[in-house]
Design a binder for this molecule. Structure first.
Ligand SMILES: *Cc1c(COP(=O)(O)O)cnc(C)c1O
Length: 370
């Protein structure tokens, strides 16, 4: 079967929940989410991110296939975490919470800070000192979070916030908060709304495995409602220095330049294995070099994602021999490239950047090759 982007052709084909303009994913998918008419919705109009064809990546597969990226880096704070955070903060507000807390490799803290402050709550974030991309730290500070950088990795930060949330009047908004997954599952709804069907493969970077779990929830729910006739194989990719699902046990010292997935002891361990089994999917590892190769290829398509996000495309390229003729594949791009300018500049092509040039027309034209 060939699927086309934006399958609905006429106004009556547009699902009713998307007909009144976009006012955020809770409004768009209200019937599928745990909210009532009196729930105080905290939204930045997140969601509705584009599903973009990437023909040069499809060409690399060497067969007739369609490859799309779900560019979730275009959410209000630049990552898919906004999908979960609009729900988690909305429900915290509804329950009367005054503060939220999370451990974060960066994007969760940016999203938690933005939504908490918008809802009038305090936001506390614990980050691993020195391992958070610059853009993400900048965001948390601008949105007014109280940032605590600990001398330990993400896994240790998560242990601490879990205990704090038990003892103190703060709501935990890491992906073990069930409302996070409820919000995040809407990305799967959007994929099916755009394609008119579920893809064959959903390729996705995996850290704590909240997102792969949430996508699967969304695909299953839409399938049950008859909005798709099939379910995708869930293909999760981890960085090889930080691949607990591939090695089969927690990794004590996770290491990768893809800091958003630098997680050794995933919070959603059991759920992730269930998703793999139920979808007949797999977990595989990609090296940092493979990740950065995919990252640069995406740049050549005009798409700037952060390194962790490129793991989905790197994984697809690694498994390309196993893709069937005629398949439709969606790779999730979880975060925006602007989050991590250091990675972009360090891994750019030196020959493209010429410095110290005399400011005269002759010299500039000559360097340009004219
Ligand atoms: C959080 C995050 C991930 C990992 O998602 P999990 O739900 O923890 O598996 C991947 N990429 C980016 C950019 C992220 O922010």
């Amino acid at each position: 079967m060939t699927l086309s982007l934006n399958a609905p052709q006429t106004a009556t084909d547009i699902p009713p929940h998307r007909q009144n303009g976009w006012r955020g994913l809770i409004e768009a998918y209200r019937p599928y989410l745990p909210v009532t008419d009196s729930t105080p919705v905290i939204s930045l109009h997140e969601g509705n991110t584009p599903l973009i064809p990437v023909p040069t990546i499809a060409a690399e597969i060497g067969k007739k296939v369609q490859v799309f990226v779900k560019y979730d880096g275009l959410n209000p704070t630049g990552s898919f975490k906004d999908r979960g955070m609009t729900m988690a903060v909305t429900k915290a507000k509804e329950a009367g919470a005054k503060a939220v807390i999370c451990a974060s490799t960066g994007n969760t803290s940016a999203a938690a800070a933005a939504y908490a402050k918008r809802g009038g709550l305090r936001a506390f974030v614990l980050i691993p000192d020195g391992y958070v991309a610059l853009g993400k730290l900048a965001q948390a500070l601008v949105y007014g979070a109280e940032v605590l950088a600990i001398k330990g990795n993400f896994d240790r930060a998560l242990e601490i916030v879990r205990e704090l949330a038990d003892r103190c009047p703060v709501t935990l908004v890491n992906s073990i908060n069930p409302y996070r997954l409820e919000g995040q599952k809407t990305a799967a709804f959007e994929v099916i709304d755009d394609l008119g069907e579920a893809p064959d493969w959903l390729c996705i970077p995996v850290g704590n495995a909240g997102n792969i779990t949430a996508y699967w929830m969304g695909f299953c729910q839409y399938h049950q409602m008859g909005r798709s006739t099939r379910l995708p194989k869930m293909m999760g990719f981890q960085a090889s220095g930080s691949a607990p699902f591939v090695v089969g046990n927690p990794v004590l010292q996770p290491d990768t330049l893809a800091t958003a997935i630098r997680i050794g002891n995933p919070a959603n361990w059991d759920k992730a294995l269930s998703v793999r089994d139920a979808s007949q999917g797999e977990f595989n590892a990609v090296t940092d070099d493979e990740i950065m190769h995919a990252y640069r290829m995406l740049g050549q398509e005009g798409i700037f994602c952060e390194p962790a996000s490129a793991a989905s495309v790197a994984g697809l390229l690694k498994l390309k021999d196993r893709v069937r003729e005629g398949a439709t594949i969606v790779c999730v791009l979880t975060g925006n490239g602007l989050k991590d300018p250091d990675a972009a500049i360090t891994h750019s092509d030196d020959s493209l950047f010429k410095k110290g040039i005399e400011p005269d027309l002759e010299t500039v034209a000559e360097i340009m090759g004219f």
